[in-house]
Design a binder for this molecule. Structure first.
Ligand SMILES: Cc1cc2nc3c(=O)[nH]c(=O)nc-3n(C[C@H](O)[C@H](O)[C@H](O)COP(=O)(O)OP(=O)(O)OC[C@H]3O[C@@H](n4cnc5c(N)ncnc54)[C@H](O)[C@@H]3O)c2cc1C
Length: 461
């Protein structure tokens, strides 16, 4: 079998690569090991609810996702988060305490809500006020998110803001994660303004008009699975989808030879759009050091549990978007979203849909527990934290082993070496959440960049 481009991995990174290749008139063979496309994007429809097993939305400020959606003719199906209802609670000392208004991630921008918040003690509040005097600083070396945040706002801000906020995104630990890779904007603000608060306020002022128009998150009315469906449809006739696992890759005179479950595929161009630990196995025969670097990107495992309840299960309606559970207080739940408050069109009238997030760097073991044990652990904690006591009308569990890349301290240096070694292998491209962003817009951007670089190369041949 021959292909002009082989793309390994049919998640959003590989699908975007294949789509933008087809737009440029380059056909490809997309190789996906699972029976369905989309990778961690998986939407189900249960009792009239839209249940997202993996990601539930994408951040609005990064343009690549909206550009792709508009290109596919799906702009009319986009819905934004109900930001006017947005309150996020944090479980602290036996109760749910709202995050103070005006926080930009963990950066406070409003004084009164901070002063009156029960989430943080007086010494942290004083430290946050004093942070306005933080001098500009250029960091010579990467450091952890925990060190960085502590140097601005103190240890309590790490435990009750940075840790729970990042656990819900990365499933990771702020003492392991790289500030340069995870929050590059904060590093820039520190270098320019010293104080993060000062920097964020200055930026907010400059971008006020634009910022007001955009909802924080966006998604598709019938779920992100729709994006996968439409991408797959658009590939038909232009590209081939092979349901097979790529087992090994060899160099040939004209490119690559890929060993599949049932045969070989030859291709002059190869895009590895799978998880870095999987790409590492495939890169072994291409460049041992590249394989080693790819294998060294850690991944966390996570699980989401969707639960549907009749509204009457709740003595009073749930306010806000949901809650986060800091590691200091944590048992099994990392976070819980009130899905039908965060987005409209998620549950029919009379039904409340919750989505719990478990696992992460500190509790990967939950993935091997039985469904019954998981639901029972989730319900015990929900009863205590959200104070209701009724069995769910339905539940769905989604397990995502080793699916979320962790940009640990030193990631920028390792990434530079990965990129340099990959660039030295003619015809090879990398895309996926292990490199320059883990969110959906980042993965789409990387897929598009891989496709553009291949299309450019084929024009100059
Ligand atoms: C639970 C969860 C919630 C998330 N929430 C959000 C969110 O709300 N917003 C957001 O922006 N991001 C979110 N993310 C992150 C984002 O969804 C992912 O980073 C992104 O979708 C990853 O896409 P990908 O294509 O790079 O990788 P994946 O989706 O992991 O796809 C990789 C694919 O490669 C295939 N593959 C691997 N090895 C081989 C092989 N050898 N041969 C053939 N196929 C192979 C796999 O089967 C898989 O389908 C979330 C992630 C998870 C896990």
């Amino acid at each position: 079998m021959d292909a002009s481009v082989a793309v390994v991995g049919g998640g959003i990174s590989g699908l975007s690569t294949a789509y933008y290749l087809s737009k440029a008139g380059v056909s490809c063979t997309l190789i996906e090991a699972r029976p369905r496309l989309g990778g961690v994007i998986q939407s189900e429809h249960v009792d009239g609810c839209v249940v997202e097993g993996g990601p539930d939305s994408f951040i609005s400020i990064k343009p690549a996702a909206m550009e792709l959606i508009a290109d596919l003719g799906l702009a009319g199906e986009v819905i934004g988060s109900n930001d006017h209802l947005r309150i996020t609670y944090v479980w602290k000392g036996g109760r749910l305490v709202p995050l103070p208004d005006g926080l930009q991630l963990m950066v406070p921008t409003r004084l009164m809500p901070l002063l009156t918040s029960r989430l943080l003690g007086w010494s942290t509040k004083a430290r946050m006020a004093m942070e306005l005097l933080h001098p500009p600083r250029r960091r010579a070396e990467d450091e952890s998110v925990a060190e960085f945040v502590a140097s601005h706002y103190g240890a309590e801000a790490v435990d009750y803001l940075a840790e729970p906020l990042l656990a819900g995104i990365y499933g990771g630990n702020p003492s392991d994660l790289s500030i340069t890779s995870v929050l590059p904007r904060f590093v820039e603000l520190e270098a320019r303004y010293g104080s993060l608060t000062k920097g964020v306020l200055t930026e907010l002022k400059a971008n006020q008009a634009a910022a007001k128009k955009l909802p924080l998150f966006r998604t598709l009315k019938s779920g992100l699975g729709r994006l996968v469906e439409v991408l797959a449809d658009r590939l038909e006739g232009h590209s081939t989808v092979l349901r097979s696992r790529a087992l090994a890759v060899e160099r040939t005179g004209g490119g690559f030879r890929i060993r599949l479950d049932g045969g070989w595929l030859e291709s002059p161009q190869l895009v590895l759009a799978c998880e870095a630990h999987s790409a590492a196995k495939l890169a072994t025969a291409l460049d041992g050091r590249l394989a080693e670097l790819l294998a060294a990107v850690p991944y966390s495992s996570s699980m989401t549990v969707a639960l549907g309840f009749p509204d009457r299960a709740f003595p009073k309606p749930l306010a806000g978007f949901g809650f986060l559970v800091p590691k200091r207080e944590r048992r099994r739940l990392v976070a819980c979203t009130w899905v039908d408050t965060k987005f409209s069109h998620r549950a029919p009238d009379g039904t409340t849909l919750l989505r719990c997030f478990l696992g992460g760097a500190d509790d990967a073991g939950i993935l091997s527990e039985s469904d019954d044990a998981v639901v029972s652990a989730v319900m015990d904690e929900l009863h205590e934290m959200a104070r209701f006591d009724a069995p769910p009308a339905f539940w769905r569990i989604f397990r995502w082993p080793r699916s979320m890349a962790q940009y640990t301290v030193g990631h920028p240096g390792r990434l530079a070496e990965i990129q340099a070694r990959a660039a030295a292998i003619p015809g090879l491209q990398l895309a996926g959440n292990a490199y320059t962003g883990i969110g959906i817009p980042d993965c789409i951007r990387m897929g598009k960049q891989a496709a553009e670089s291949i299309a450019r190369a084929s024009c100059t041949v």
